[in-house]
Design a protein around this ligand. Sequence first.
Ligand code: FCB
Length: 444
Amino acid sequence: MSQFNKEFIFGTATSSYQVEGGFNEGGRSLSIWDTFSRIPGKVFNGDTGDVAIDHYNRYKDDVQLIKELGVDSYRFSIAWPRIFPQEGVYNEEGMNFYKSLLVELLEAGIKPMVTLYHWDLPMWAYEKGGWINRDSVKWFLEFSEKCFIELDEYVDSWITHNEPWCSSFLSYHQGVHAPGHTNMEEGLKAAHHILLSHGEAVKLLKEKLQSTTPIGITLNLTPAYAATDSYNDRIAVNNADGYTNRWFLDPIFKGSYPLDMVNLFSNYVHDFDFIKPEDLKTISVDCDFFGINYYSRAIVEYAGNTNLLYNGAYSDYKKTAMGWDVSPREFKELIYRIRQDYTNLPIYITENGSAYNDVLEVDGSIHDQERTEYLEEHITAVRELNDEGMNVAGYFLWSLFDNFEWSFGYEKRFGIFYVDFETQQRFWKDSAKRYKEIVRTRTV
Ligand code: FCB
């Protein structure tokens, strides 16, 4: 049985709004998620991230748990409204929180991977148009520059954006995430400005600040498969892939948007002038690694009555509590394709994990057999990929803790540590124990 080499990075991941809480502490202003979660019907059970798992106040203990888990790295994100609570107004107290967290991690021997944007856009920016406004690039750069200047010395690697598909299409086109708009043109503009801000931030770190800290972007990629081999379903799979994957991969790695999708979108959007010719050069700036979040495959069928001509189709795969297919084989196929069509950069799996309905036993144990199998299967896939020379440099399990799962509130538990949301007590699930063993032995 082959082992992961010494350089391979095992980690876990969280994001600011999902774990921090302290929504009005330390000079933080409101983000779009504070507002959105208060709109009745947007989040399951009316849950909000006001308290979340109180990581803002418990971070020291949490870092000790990460240390006990034995992972090499921890991926977290910075809440923009802690750093710039108002436009142009810097909040040192907010920055100090992240400095303390970083120092704590470094003292525990854990490498910090830091995401700048994991969806908590400040309300002040939203009120000026949010990601639909091209000025968002400027605002994001001001935020990024401050983070780079203050934190670069502590950070092991930077991620500009987490899952632009979610912060643009899911948020501005489908309305499922904050700010909850349902307009395709807005979705496209948001996606473009987010990608542009990524390119500009990378240039800022490398050129202006002359930093050598590795930087990249994380995309959520969902390989799409056709329900049948009918001609119709082949159209469906093309469009699903274009909307979720190629619309982001192509500009980043090829410096162009896929024209089949431009044609399809042009049924709803009549002016693409928000894309300036020089933008694509910026978006395709050289990075040091590529981050992929992988959860599941998609299976789709033709649906002539929908905007993009496809819908999700029935699949007989075993499912997580999210209803997502457990699909480690398709995970491998995705990586082969990235290698073939897009890039040779080192790949980090910056998120992978599963939600299940966990039961906390009276003795404090949680026997999450299915999650344990899910992680074993996906880590095995990574090992096999590396045995085939695919250069996956690291794997970050989502998530370290049960937390605020966006529109699902606290209902869906992704953690390898169980959190009792009443008492804020953390418990080791069996999957955490298993992950600890995998990391220690570097074998699955
Ligand atoms: C990803 C998000 C992450 C978490 C997982 C389950 O899309 O990046 O915050 O919600 O899904």
